[in-house]
Design a protein around this ligand. Structure first.
Ligand code: IMP
Ligand code: MG
Length: 207
């Protein structure tokens, strides 16, 4: 896979304005599915909805590492309420880059959630197995309520009975990258949601 990024070395590190770093879909061989502006306005809407729904509650936003980091940072800044932020990690081992393997949850970073209204934030709800597994783990922390919010929902792929409580966009069954979502742990930094061109998806790569 060839990833080209144009850039110039900064002569004076304080002159950051002179850096030209293009994260264009063209440079990265990706098809843009959801633009930065579309994401930003939808995330603000979600923030307003969450602010209304959780007024007078004890909100803890629990971000799922690593995919939620970009959404987490943007979403919490649109929520006009006192809130706490915590993290939990979910990973799939021995899957290919585009198909999940066995779910592993690391709850060692989770703060005290007793009597807290917990909203779990993840990048995408695909089959839904990750969120179901996360809920099973988080329930043991005795939160007073537990809900989920994701940026993307791949409805055709969902196999669990559960649905996300908040979602940004329903998307078709395509492998997407950017805004926290990775392919082989790359592309998370793209500010938009893109679809990799077929030729760049190398299924033989094990993660
Ligand atoms: P689920 O357990 O099938 O719902 O999958 C959830 C996890 O799989 C997400 O947190 C992502 O890490 C990953 N995932 C699912 N679909 C995609 C995709 O299209 N691009 C990148 N990661 C994905
Ligand atoms: Mg992930």
């Amino acid at each position: 896979m060839v990833v080209r990024m144009r850039g110039s070395v900064v002569a004076n590190p304080r002159q950051v304005g002179t850096v030209t770093r293009e994260l264009s879909a063209e440079n990265l061989h990706v098809k843009k599915l959801i633009s930065e502006d579309e994401i930003s306005s939808r995330v603000s809407e979600l923030g307003r909805q969450i602010s209304a729904d959780y007024a007078d509650r004890n909100l803890t936003i629990l971000g799922v590492l690593t995919g939620s980091i970009v959404l987490l940072a943007d979403l919490i800044r649109t929520i006009d309420l006192p809130l706490r932020v915590g993290l939990i990690q979910a990973s799939s081992y021995h899957g290919t880059a585009t198909e999940a393997g066995t779910l592993s949850i690391n709850a060692s970073l989770v703060p005290d959630l007793t009597d807290r209204d917990v909203l779990v934030i993840d990048d995408i709800f695909d089959t839904g197995n990750t969120m179901v597994g996360l809920f099973d783990t988080i329930r043991d922390f005795n939160p007073s309520s537990l809900k989920s919010a994701v940026l993307l929902w791949k409805t055709e792929r969902t196999t669990v009975a559960m649905e996300p409580d908040y979602f940004g966009f329903k998307i078709p069954n395509e492998f997407v990258i950017g805004y926290g979502l990775d392919y082989n742990d790359e592309y998370r930094h793209l500010p938009y949601i893109g679809v990799l061109e077929e030729a760049d998806l190398n299924e033989s790569t094990e993660t």
